[in-house]
Design a binder for this molecule. Structure first.
Ligand code: ADP
Ligand code: MG
Ligand code: ZN
Length: 476
């Protein structure tokens, strides 16, 4: 591993997350993704002179939620600031953002190792429009202009490409859980600027960093960081200095490319936004938001692990809030947690191909029916394979559990009757009896089907059939 070489990697991420509000941050235009260019716009979000921004309260509400979910301290007094720069995607020539008085300060994101990636702060701001390059021309689409963002700024606590990916994943899961964003990197609703520097192991001071702008894929972040490690360590090894550059990642070559040097670094000349009053967030309000916070993913993960569900299954479960809600409800209704978890990840997931389908977890099975099915399995009334097949059908075709398994089918089959069927089955397959007696244990399974046929659809756990068969065989 190259990272084990002479230098320690130091990474800090600035993550932009588009909030799931219906309308934009300073006007009532829709935030819907896509749409014909420049159709989700009005005089406010296209920066017409004389228009005034009106801060969307829901944006503040979501940002407070994000701050609390990351264990930050919410500022009681917040302010919007103007960040000035000229670029065609920004018609006002300034972005309304926050500088000194952001929504949330501090906090952290916890990784699986238990390591905390500390956050510097979280602030709110407006997104810019999008430049579309086509056939040698550049077009501007302002639909995205004014879509609300939170920027989550980490401390430089990340020490490898893999850790950067895990941090982003954890953040994505968290923001989805608390319902503030769908964090779809491929649609740009989560993007990040990656700051990276190297320093000799053991050195306290940070090295000079490069910043890779606007990454929209975690795998690219990983690749870009590996590349930067090589580039910067080559420079340092040969006695040269790393310059504080702004880079972009080139997907074609998997390398980083220089955009601009620090010499022409921007001076944004931040100043308080005169068109929006600073605003207060009361302790009572913060407490209310805290009170409505769901159990957070890492807490959930720890709880599931403690309950004895295997690590792999927990990993498949905990990231999807709706799945965990369904599981928790099943358990509340008396279903066994481990069996329920296994049925969800083993059987239901087979029919939910994409991440998005798992995220939405829109299945036509009620928690009541699912809990009942789990209870049948748990009480040895229904065989696990039967349960899987039933569940598959229910997920694919809908309907109630009682359409598939009638309670009458589950009436206990009298011991006498079962012994009778088993004895008949054994008498039909003398060769299997010989095989079994000769030590081929699996020969016992060849009687299962014969017994089941006689049960005519009535359900019984295969373990019971197996036990009776073995008992009879042992007496022969
Ligand atoms: P700026 O305002 O120029 O963007 P900040 O000090 O706000 O700079 O830092 C931005 C991001 O860069 C933060 O996420 C921070 O953790 C990270 N960062 C700062 N210094 C370093 C460094 N030497 N190496 C890696 N990341 C760094
Ligand atoms: Mg920056
Ligand atoms: Zn608008």
């Amino acid at each position: 591993m190259s990272e084990q070489r002479r230098y320690e990697m130091v990474v800090g991420l600035e993550t932009h997350v588009e909030l799931s509000t219906k309308t934009k941050i300073f006007c009532s235009c829709t935030t819907a993704f896509g749409g014909a260019p420049n159709t989700h716009c009005c005089p406010v979000c296209t920066g017409m002179p004389g228009t005034l921004p009106l801060l969307n309260k829901q944006v503040v509400a979501y940002a407070v939620r994000a701050g609390l979910a990351t264990h930050g301290k919410i500022n009681n007094l917040c302010r919007m600031d103007r960040k000035n720069y000229v670029y065609p995607d920004l018609p006002k020539a300034y972005q309304i953002s926050q500088s000194d008085m952001p929504i949330s300060v501090g906090g952290y994101v916890e990784l699986d190792s238990g390591k905390h990636i500390r956050l510097h702060h979280i602030h709110i701001e407006e997104d810019a429009g999008k430049l579309v390059h086509e056939n040698g021309s550049t077009y501007i689409d302002y639909n995205r202009g004014g879509v609300p963002l939170i920027e989550i700024v980490s401390e430089p606590d990340i020490s490898s490409p893999e850790e950067a990916k895990e941090y982003m994943t954890k953040l994505q899961i968290l923001m989805r859980y608390i319902g503030v964003s769908d964090c779809k990197m491929q649609e740009g609703s989560m993007r990040c600027d990656v700051n990276v520097s190297l320093r000799p192991w053991g050195q306290k001071e940070y090295g000079t960093r490069a910043e890779i702008k606007n990454m929209n894929s975690m795998n690219f972040v990983v690749k870009a960081l590996h590349y930067e490690y090589e580039r910067q360590s080559d420079l340092l090894d040969s006695g040269e200095k790393v310059t504080q550059d702004t880079l972009r990642y080139d997907e074609e070559t998997s390398t980083t490319v220089l955009m601009r040097r620090k010499e022409d670094a921007q001076d944004y000349r931040y100043f308080p936004e005169p068109d929006i009053l600073s605003f207060r967030i009361s302790d009572a309000y913060i407490e209310k938001v805290q009170g409505g916070m769901p159990e957070l993913p890492m807490e959930k993960k720890k709880r599931y692990l403690a309950s004895g569900i295997s690590e792999q299954i927990v990993e498949d479960l905990y990231k999807y809030k709706r799945v965990t809600d369904f599981l928790d409800e099943t358990v509340r209704l008396g279903g066994n947690m481990q069996k329920a978890a296994t049925l969800i990840t083993g059987t239901v997931y087979a029919l939910l191909a994409t991440e998005e389908e798992k995220e939405n977890f829109d299945i036509p099975v009620s928690a009541e029916d699912f809990a009942q099915l789990v209870k049948y399995v748990d009480g040895d009334k229904v065989d696990f394979t039967v349960a899987r097949k039933t569940l598959q059908k229910m997920v694919a075709e809908g309907g109630r559990l009682s359409d598939y398994i009638k309670p009458s089918d589950l009436a206990d089959i009298p011991e006498e009757e079962l012994r009778e069927y088993c004895a008949q089955a054994i008498s039909e397959r003398p060769q299997a009896v010989v095989d079994f007696k000769n030590g081929r244990d699996s020969a016992v399974t060849s009687f299962y089907g014969l017994v089941k046929k006689r049960l005519q659809g009535r359900n019984i756990n295969i373990k019971k059939i197996d036990a009776v068969l073995r008992d009879l065989l042992s007496k022969m």
